[in-house]
Design a protein around this ligand. Structure first.
Ligand SMILES: [Zn+2]
Length: 307
């Protein structure tokens, strides 16, 4: 059994393709590595996921054998439960059990068969409490903002909105954000999130640029040479920040601030999910799949890593 086979689930003569494109495309959340193409036919996904991902689609499928459950991770992220053969099959996609600042943590679903994504499925990944990270963020940002500008390079979808919320609530700061970050943040606001930010092309931003400011750009636009360009342009120091679970082990020294903020389950959370889900069979995929599947076998589960 491989991931590709498991990710195609037949119900009532239809094939639900999990985070891949096909007859009916299930999109767990709006991150590009789970969207798999912008043009879809029939889809199963939450409304925020469809808005943020920007996919075009013909219709949304609602089926009595399909249930969506919240996955934490980011606005609109879901897990899918499919009732079949007298049992149920659950696919998690990316998820987090802990609440974020802009989302509630995942529901844990009891499953006969569980297909679980293991992004941080190694015991060396243990994430600190988010409130502790927010406190550290406050110290790191405020101490530098006295001397220059602070620019964070983070994912535009999900992580940027967590950062905006932390800056608003823990630092009393309204950041200036790039157009892509502003677009996604506006969708969050339409779904009831209170986020205070200013788009970089707005009139308000041109006033704010005169003082020291905190900016947010998409991670994909970050280049180390930006530091020198911004320092020359604004004639003051420029500090860069990163927020990622990978900073637990691989904090790059191109960043002045590198905090281990993740919107994923860490190793203990993954094990906790499986313990409470109590599946008869577990399929693990993603980074560290072999290690996590082995750890689960030691706990008595019938688990296997799939690619
Ligand atoms: Zn994701």
């Amino acid at each position: 059994m491989n991931f590709k086979d498991l990710a195609r689930v037949e119900i009532g003569g239809r094939t639900i393709c999990l985070d891949t494109s096909g007859d009916v495309s299930y999109i767990s959340h709006a991150h590009s590595d789970h969207v798999s193409g912008k043009r879809k036919g029939e889809v199963v996904a939450s409304e925020p996921t469809l808005s943020i991902s920007g996919v075009s689609y013909s219709s949304r499928l609602v089926h009595e054998s399909i249930r969506l459950h919240k996955a934490g991770h980011m606005l609109g992220a879901t897990q899918i439960e499919i009732i079949r053969d007298g049992g149920n099959f659950v696919y998690t996609g990316d998820f987090s059990i802990a609440d974020g600042f802009t989302y509630k943590g995942a529901d844990i679903i009891e499953a006969d068969e569980l297909l679980i994504e293991s992004t941080y499925g190694s015991p060396e990944y243990h994430f600190p409490k988010k409130e502790d990270i927010a406190e550290q963020l406050r110290r790191e940002v405020l101490s530098r903002l006295k001397y220059g500008n602070v620019i964070f390079a983070v994912y535009a979808k999900g992580k940027s909105q967590e950062l905006i919320k932390m800056l608003n609530e823990f630092c009393g700061i309204t950041p200036i954000v790039g157009p892509e970050v502003a677009h996604v943040s506006e969708i969050y606001v339409r779904h009831g999130q209170h986020l205070s930010f200013v788009g970089s092309h707005s009139e308000d931003a041109s006033d704010m640029f005169r003082d020291n400011f905190v900016g947010i750009i998409p991670k994909s636009q970050f280049r180390p040479e930006l530091r020198m360009r911004l320092m020359q342009h604004y004639r003051k120091p420029c500090y860069f920040g990163s927020l990622s679970g990978w900073n637990v082990k691989f904090a790059s020294d191109v960043y002045d601030i590198a905090l281990p903020l993740s919107d994923h389950a860490d190793f203990n959370d993954l094990v906790e999910y499986v313990d409470h889900s109590s599946p008869k069979k577990v399929y693990v995929f993603g980074a560290f799949a072999e290690g996590l599947a082995g750890a689960l076998r030691l706990r008595g589960y019938n688990s296997v890593a799939v690619r």
